[in-house]
Design a protein around this ligand. Sequence first.
Ligand SMILES: Cc1ncc(COP(=O)(O)O)c(C=O)c1O
Length: 434
Amino acid sequence: MGQEQPQAGVTLDAFTGRYAARTAGMTASEIRALFAVASRPEVVSLAGGMPYTSALPLDSVGKLMGDLIATRGAQALQYGSGQGDLRLRELICEVMALEGVVASPDDVVVTVGSQQALDLVTRIFCDPDDVVLAEAPSYVGALGTFASYQAEVRHVAMDADGLQPEALREAIRETGGRAKFLYTIPNFHNPAGVSLSDARRDEVLAICQEAGILVLEDNPYGLLGFDGPPVRAIRARSGTDDVVYLGSFSKTFAPGLRVGWVLAPHAVREKLVLASEASVLCPPQLNQLAVVDYLETQDWQGQVDVFRGIYRERRDAMLDALTQLMPRGTTWTVPTGGFYVWTTLPEGLDAKVMQPRAITARVAYVPGIGFYADGQGRREMRLSYCYPEPDRIREGVRRLAGVVEAELDLLATFGPTAGRSSSAAVQTPAPDMA
Ligand SMILES: Cc1ncc(COP(=O)(O)O)c(C=O)c1O
């Protein structure tokens, strides 16, 4: 029997039935589906996690890139090494040293953003049905990657100090030997906005070491703290074989360049290079050399301080507005760095059901459900303060508070949202279907 042939006009996708099984887990994320509406000018978007690239010294970056082409164009526009440019890997080691990591450039692989690093690590470690432990909630892009390799995500509870060690022990016990790694974002968590405390970093590492589980430490925001020097990375506390560390220039410099990296135990590094060559041959040479020049010729740490100042001011604007305007019963985390506030609505409300009404009120957020692999998070939502100016943030929270008030009125009148349809949730199609 051949493949089932869809009838024209019945299905939108003529290839249904021919795709690999792993595509079943690939669905548009909550964020992606929101993109088209959230980027309309009349909508205050507290949804996207876009760095504020307008604060970069764009003239200097432009000159640097022009000079790069003019003086070393043949090299910059050529293929490069699969592992990534050596000078860049040396500089990456200096960047990681700011968080206490001692590493050799030989163990670093440059990737197309840390998103590609997530893909490579999952590809080389996970067979279908393998278990990945991840915080509850977790980064939506990582969940998408895990799903595309048909890995099963087991969430581990967090509190204001990050991952709860006891919950981690419990998850390891329950999943037996099936967990391939613990995926964790210890600093300024996306989406939860919390950080793993200093003491817990050692404990989490010890638990994983004891269980023989690799730690996948994803740290794109570590240098964007508001209150002092960076906390030592988990990788800085371990031997070289316990932790795979992911870093990125997306938040400290520019996401458009798509330059990230992975620091891995030596044997793992070898596999990662092979996997990366199979997927992209080599990371973009032009962008890597641009990052090298930026790090070597610009005050990049001063620029990180500029970003920290901007994001701190926006965080304050969001927290003040939430405190002043949100109806009682709403709670939120207090981030000390990064981009996100994780908000829990009053009992009985559903952030996904509420979303179309928020869009109508011209404010966008990301419903919490997208940050879990198992359907949790209906009362929760992610609010980002990284991109809008403080006044827009205040206006966005004002609109959101009005929507929540109205939901509470509906709740008081008609009972819990469970009985109301959620099918009206954002009807605007994802960008690729628009
Ligand atoms: C926790 C986390 N990991 C990884 C990424 C991917 O970043 P990039 O691929 O731009 O380095 C992001 C982006 O938002 C993130 O928040």
